[in-house]
Design a protein around this ligand. Structure first.
Ligand SMILES: [Zn+2]
Length: 369
């Protein structure tokens, strides 16, 4: 069967690097309110930063910079809803606060609220008409929004499926049925049941490329909403089911660990749980002698060509399977620990899995001694 695994389009915090959002220069000079919190943010101690911002906001509840800082820290901690409400307040108290507008628009986009993202980025563009990053982002989101406006919507409680026309109606029915059933089986395995409605968008293969700019080998994507290229999908319905399930795993992993899960954990669980047929991975590892160390599988696979990606996914699948075997009912706890800042080794040890034994067994299974 063809290789259908895919990837997470946007690592949760890559978005912060996208535009001109940086910590305010004043923060570095120490004359901002809550300078200790800005320093903590710069050192990556987001929990400490969030707690100082909270205390300072008790004293100065209308300070836009403090709300911005709280939103920034929340976003880094993977708390999108809290980030959005803090950033909305920052903008409310200072409507000309460019950095807050840009960050709010990105947080909204990450939460699949394209309308809010677009409205907010339009305000940012009005304040900074010469900023090329803002102009480019706005143009991309407008294209996406105009495309989605033509789409029909199959609304459900847990899932909302967008598709273009009658030809895709049957596919959307199948996708909705697969999601509904996988929600419970995957949810049980990962002990995590997302409460929010998940958006799923069905694209033609060309639209998928245009919107996501995914590598050609990607069979789908998750970046706060599931995006699937479904041209000809019903010719191989089993492949469609796999991709749908795979992307749902990403959504569930993000619910448990909004940040902190290395790519091999995320892709490993998605590749292992997408189907019970794992022969493609065994074949891929048999057919090639090249291996990638786990440390090189932590930060996204987008840079890989198709052959390397295949090995990366196969190795990750082996690791995902091993996680499920060794952690049993505690995979969900493991993910939550990653989400709250623990390393993989700390989480494994806490759950009584010796990291060195785990890695040794993984190396043995992928054929490296
Ligand atoms: Zn994936």
């Amino acid at each position: 069967m063809p290789f259908v695994s895919s990837r997470t389009i946007v690592a949760s915090l890559a978005l912060l690097a996208l535009t001109a959002v940086t910590l305010p220069a004043q923060a570095q000079e120490g004359d901002m309110p809550a300078s200790a919190a800005w320093a903590a943010l710069q050192q990556g101690d987001n929990t400490k930063a969030a707690s100082i911002f909270r205390e300072e906001l008790d004293r100065s509840p209308r300070n836009a910079w403090l709300h911005f800082g709280a939103g920034y820290a929340a976003l880094r901690l993977g708390r999108s809803d809290a980030a959005i409400s803090s950033l909305k307040r920052a903008v409310e108290y200072n409507p000309r606060f460019l950095q807050a507008l840009v960050l709010l628009s990105q947080a909204a986009y990450q939460s699949a609220d394209l309308d809010l993202a677009l409205r907010t980025m339009e305000k940012a563009a009005a304040l900074a008409p010469g900023n090329p990053d803002i102009a480019r982002q706005l143009a991309e989101w407008r294209v996406e929004s105009e495309l989605h406006e033509r789409f029909e919507e199959r609304a459900g409680v847990r899932f909302k499926v967008l598709f273009e026309g009658p030809a895709e109606k049957a596919i959307s029915d199948r996708v909705a049925a697969v999601l509904e059933s996988a929600y419970w089986t995957i949810g049980k395995t990962l002990n995590t049941y997302p409460g929010e409605t998940l958006t799923v968008i069905l694209y033609s293969n060309q639209q998928f490329q245009d919107i996501t700019r995914a590598p050609a080998w990607a069979g789908g994507g998750y970046d706060g909403r599931i995006r699937l290229p479904v041209g000809g999908a019903l010719r191989s319905p089993k492949s469609l089911d796999r991709v749908v399930t795979h992307e749902l795993v990403h959504a569930i992993v993000r619910t448990a660990a909004p940040t902190g899960a290395p790519t091999w954990v995320n892709e490993g669980l998605a590749s292992y749980l997408e189907s019970s047929d794992h022969t493609w991975a065994t074949r891929a590892l048999r057919a090639s002698s090249s291996r990638i160390p786990l440390s090189a599988l932590a930060d996204g696979f987008d840079r890989f060509d198709g052959d390397t990606a295949l090995i990366a996914y196969a190795e990750s699948l082996v690791a995902g399977r091993l996680l499920c075997e060794r952690l049993g009912p505690h995979v969900g706890t493991f993910l939550q620990m990653l989400g709250s800042g623990h390393t993989v080794d700390q989480a494994l040890s806490t759950l009584n899995v010796q990291p060195e034994t785990f890695y040794g067994e993984w190396r043995r299974r992928i054929g490296v001694q």
